[in-house]
Design a protein around this ligand. Structure first.
Ligand SMILES: NC(=O)c1ccc[n+]([C@@H]2O[C@H](COP(=O)([O-])OP(=O)(O)OC[C@H]3O[C@@H](n4cnc5c(N)ncnc54)[C@H](O)[C@@H]3O)[C@@H](O)[C@H]2O)c1
Length: 439
């Protein structure tokens, strides 16, 4: 199959490279000339484990290439995937669909022969209808089927997720489109990944429902963590105790500083807006969003509490800035409101992240002294806060860390360490939803 991928970001680049790896011929298109120039020069512009090798191999095998010009690859394609961004619209929180609609117009002008236009971007229910309307309005005679195929990959494990998905959701009733989509996903289908065919609007809803449900699970355990702290329970054991129940499942039950990232915040908000527009409000999701928003600043107050109530003129070392490990993505990372709150409270902040500091400079420049490693970050700090659970923060040299700090106070927002080992190492240690160690 010939595939054109419109938008070469986290989703477009991973999907494009994986489709090429399946044996299809893929051209990734992006408006960002810098990104395309980098890719053509053999550089992968994002940090995603394994992606550089996958891209390199498929470029070498001539199954994958990159361009800023949409028309050529679209004209030749059996399927055109739209994988452009759908951020929150400024002002009202609806999904900003301007990039999707702009691509639809350009695609309509360029298609030739029967072409499946597939929305991979996360879009509100009804967007596929609008994409189809735009294409017909632009070129009445265009022979297209518009399909929804939401993406469920996670940054940091994107290639594995793409190649071993729990399911592939395909929203279309068009028989020709079903054939093309089945052919594109054949290698996964042979691997037993369930292909779930459904109506287009239902597929669009499935993606938002999945993200809202996962955000709810995280928020649920976060609130239980707060209760555990008040009553002396251990949230990790509660999570394990409920997670072993197959009806609940153990994933997404890690208490922490509140969810962030490129998807959950914007997708929960967009779903709420869609539901309100249709007079079917989703009260649970509304509450999840409100609880999660408040949590970020509550985490800053927790750190202040660990320092006796105030962080004014104190130095705080922050380990981890990206919204999760194994990515350089800083979109809606919990570290941003946390560090902003520290700044509001009069603290000085030092920070280190293994991959995200370049991106972080855009959001946090002036608020943070960026450091070269965890120990340099800890130097002279009154408190060290673990914000992102990068692997390298799981086995820090505790003596070296303590020697570098002004006060041995650690606030572990990811429960990476055990209270007893930290107490033994001489730290005043607090974490999420677990009582301090009392010897
Ligand atoms: N990042 C994730 O983990 C993830 C997971 C599942 C779904 N999604 C969804 O996938 C979509 C893309 O997300 P992302 O994280 O890859 O975004 P991204 O911002 O990394 O990439 C989007 C790319 O599209 C390009 N673009 C915008 N308009 C264009 C146009 N008209 N023509 C060509 N290129 C254009 C941008 O330059 C950018 O490089 C979003 O809807 C997102 O919600 C993301």
């Amino acid at each position: 199959m010939r595939v054109a991928m419109i938008g070469t970001g986290y989703v477009g680049l991973v999907s494009g490279a994986c489709f090429a790896d399946f044996g299809h011929t893929v051209t990734c298109v992006d408006k960002d000339a810098g990104k395309i120039a980098a890719l053509r020069a053999g550089e992968v512009p994002i940090y995603e484990p394994g992606l550089d090798r996958l891209v390199e191999t498929n470029v070498r095998e001539k199954r994958l290439d990159f361009t800023t010009e949409l028309a050529g690859p679209v004209a030749e394609a059996d399927a055109v995937f739209i994988a452009v961004g759908t951020p929150s619209r400024r002002g009202d929180g609806h999904a900003d669909l301007s990039y999707v609609y702009a691509s639809a117009r350009e695609i309509a002008a360029a298609v030739s022969g029967f072409t499946v236009v597939v929305t991979k971007s996360t879009v509100p229910v009804g967007t596929g209808d609008e994409v189809e309307r735009i294409i017909r309005e632009t070129r009445l005679e265009a022979d297209v089927a518009v399909v929804s195929n939401p993406e469920f990959l996670r940054e940091g494990a994107a290639i594995r997720d793409f190649k071993h998905p729990d399911r592939i959701v395909i929203g279309t009733v068009d028989e020709r489109a079903k054939q093309v989509m089945t052919e594109i996903y054949r290698p996964l289908y042979l691997n037993q990944a369930p292909l779930l065919f459904t109506a287009r609007g239902t597929a669009e809803l499935i993606k938002y429902a999945a993200n809202a449900f996962l955000a709810t699970k995280i928020t649920f355990i976060n609130e239980l963590a707060d209760l555990c702290e008040k009553v002396g329970g251990d949230v990790q054991e509660v999570a394990r105790g409920i997670g072993l129940d197959n009806r609940i499942g153990g994933k997404f039950l890690h208490a922490g500083p509140g969810y962030g990232g490129s998807c959950f915040p914007k997708d929960t908000l967009a779903l709420i807006k869609t539901a309100q527009d249709h007079e079917a409000p989703l009260r649970i999701v509304e509450t999840v969003v409100a609880v999660n928003d408040q949590r970020k600043r509550a985490m800053a107050r927790k750190v202040a509490g660990a320092l006796g109530g105030s962080v004014r003129d104190k130095t705080i070392a922050v380990l981890g800035l990206t919204f999760k490990p194994n990515t350089d993505d800083m979109r809606d990372a919990p570290s941003i409101p946390l560090i902003t709150a520290f700044d509001d409270m009069g603290a000085k902040v030092r920070a280190y992240d293994p991959a995200g500091m370049e991106q972080a400079k855009r959001d946090l420049d002036g608020l943070v002294t960026f450091c070269g490693n965890a120990y340099e970050c800890a130097e002279g700090a009154d408190a060290l806060v673990i914000v992102t659970e990068w692997e390298q923060f799981r086995a820090l040299d505790l003596d070296r860390l303590k020697a570098a700090m002004r006060q041995p106070v650690v606030v572990d927002l990811r429960n990476v360490y055990r209270p007893d080992e930290m107490a033994r190492a001489g730290f005043v240690y607090s974490s999420i939803g677990r009582a301090p160690f009392r010897g």
